[in-house]
Every structure is written in C-alpha cells, then in structure tokens.
Design a protein around this ligand. Structure first.
Ligand code: ZN
Length: 110
C-alpha cells in the first residue's frame, strides 16, 4: 500500500491532510496581497522596481516568510480589533519594503 494523504489514529480519528489544508488558511496571505496592491497603487510614478511575475512572487514569498502567520479555520470569523489589523498591515508593509530591496538587488527574471 502506497503513501496516502491521510492517517488513522487508534481512536478512529482520521486525519485527512488535504481536507485540513483546504479548511485552514493563513490570514497573513490576505494581508500581504492587500498591502502589495496598496503599495503599488500608492507608489510614486515611475515605479522603480520590476513588476514581472517572478519578481512579484519573490516579493510576496519573502514578505510572507518574514511576517508572522495568522491561521484560522475557514467559515469561522476571527475578530480582530482595528488596532491589531493596522499593526499587522504596518508590519507587513515594513517586511515588504525590505523584500522589494532584496528582489531589486537580485532579481530572478530573465
Ligand atoms: Zn522582474
């Protein structure tokens, strides 16, 4: 029998990794994407960093790696105070600025 994406424990509880991964999300992804759009929108023209898909994905991945996760179960509302959301968005923006500097120095595009 090959490896599957689920395990059964002795109590009969079945851990289905695919199902669990489809029901849990990291809100940080939402904050990073929102802040990236906002940052590009507000950036003074002309934009002096590359917006090709390689560079954008690198900036998003670096930002996600350097900002804390905020996991929650889908379908359940996680109430956050406005101050907390503002703090998270501020921290994401700081991490994103550093990520943009790094990607500008060493871009992975053609
Ligand atoms: Zn690029």
């Amino acid at each position: 029998m090959g490896k599957t994406d689920s395990s059964t424990f002795k109590e009969g509880f079945k851990l289905d990794k695919k199902e669990i991964l489809s029901l849990i999300m990291d809100e940080n992804v939402h904050y990073v994407l929102k802040e990236f759009s906002r940052y590009v929108e507000d950036y003074p023209s002309p934009i002096d960093f590359c917006l090709c898909s390689n560079c954008v994905l690198d900036v998003i991945a670096l930002t996600l790696n350097s900002s804390p996760s905020h996991y929650r179960c889908l379908g359940r509302h996680a109430h956050r105070e406005m101050e907390e959301v503002q703090r998270i968005c501020h921290d994401v923006r700081v991490a994103m600025k550093k990520a943009i500097v790094l990607v500008k120095k060493r871009p992975h595009h053609g």
